[in-house]
Ligand binder design. Structure first.
Ligand SMILES: Cc1cc2nc3c(=O)[nH]c(=O)nc-3n(C[C@H](O)[C@H](O)[C@H](O)COP(=O)(O)O)c2cc1C
Length: 275
């Protein structure tokens, strides 16, 4: 238990917090997280995994009558700010993006959200990567955020498209110099003989562009992607396993009985889902 506490203390050294989320002492005292959950002995690891279970104890439950916004991007903003203020969440903008190619073969990976506005989510990547190739073949994608200490997740489905060159270039210029070099030398997702080769290429390019006074142009194969959502689901864990779910749909969902659908803002409707 002490070891666990010290690990979490290290994670919590973070000045972003503007408001506390669930304190670790509470989690441990209430038994939602126990040392037993962290047993890693190989002899009984299968049993340990099956036994991993926490009781969600949300401090901020929501229901249809008290939604902070009646369109998903507005509600996302509220939830994201809460995650950003939670000192236990180190990368609140980490999200999974799932893509699938023209054969329907899916793949998922983590990326960092780098912006969102009233109609889209944005991230940056290599346009020759697997995810970008998938999107070129099939622009239907899904995003997933999970903010574990808050027992909240957001699930998005939508259409992906490239950002303009101008917007990608502007963002590229704002990146740390080392990250700019990294984007230039790495042909993401291509097989390589060794990691050292990548480091050597990075060092070589750094000789030509030693610092920010020797700027480097954004390569054509790197840029941003935005996802325009057509559904966004907000999930709040509850102690009873009867979790709360509200799903926003752009327009009216044909598969849902009209009596269950509420009109939201900006052309969105929303309805509850069973957990
Ligand atoms: C927390 C985290 C954040 C990441 N952020 C990005 C990102 O913003 N853009 C990106 O291209 N890859 C990012 N990666 C790496 C991707 O997960 C992945 O390895 C890479 O994009 C290649 O994926 P692909 O071959 O499926 O295209 C991140 C990985 C992690 C674990």
């Amino acid at each position: 238990m002490l070891k666990l506490q010290s690990i979490v203390n290290k994670l919590c050294i973070n000045s972003r917090a503007t408001q506390p989320c669930i304190p670790l002492s509470h989690i441990i005292k209430t038994g939602t997280l126990t040392a037993a959950n962290f047993t890693t002995s190989s002899s009984n690891s299968m049993a340990d995994v099956a036994g991993l279970r926490i009781n969600y104890d949300p401090k901020n439950p929501f229901d249809l009558k008290s939604l902070a916004a009646k369109d998903p991007m507005g509600l996302f903003k509220h939830w994201f700010e809460e995650a950003r203020g939670c000192e236990q969440i180190i990368e609140p903008n980490a999200m999974t993006i799932a893509t699938s190619n023209s054969k329907g073969i899916p793949s998922a990976r983590m990326v960092l959200l780098k912006g969102f506005d009233t109609d889209c989510f944005k991230f940056y990547t290599n346009y020759e990567s697997r995810k970008a190739k998938d999107i070129a073949e099939n622009n239907n994608v899904a995003l997933m955020f999970y903010w574990e200490p808050l027992h909240k997740s957001v699930r998005v489905e939508g259409i992906a498209e490239k950002l303009s060159e101008a917007e990608s270039t502007e963002y590229f210029k704002s990146r740390p110099h080392g990250s700019q070099l990294g984007a230039c030398v790495s042909h993401q997702s291509t097989p390589i003989s060794s990691h050292q080769d990548l480091l050597d290429k990075w060092e070589e390019l750094k000789k030509k562009h030693p610092d920010a006074d020797h700027p480097i142009d954004k390569p054509d194969f790197w840029g941003g992607i935005r996802i325009i959502p057509n559904t966004v689901e907000f999930w709040q864990g509850q102690s009873s396993r009867l979790h709360k779910r509200v799903k926003f749909t752009k327009g009216t969902p044909e598969e849902v009985h009209p009596d269950l659908v509420t009109q939201g803002d900006n052309g969105w409707t929303y309805h509850l889902l069973s957990s």
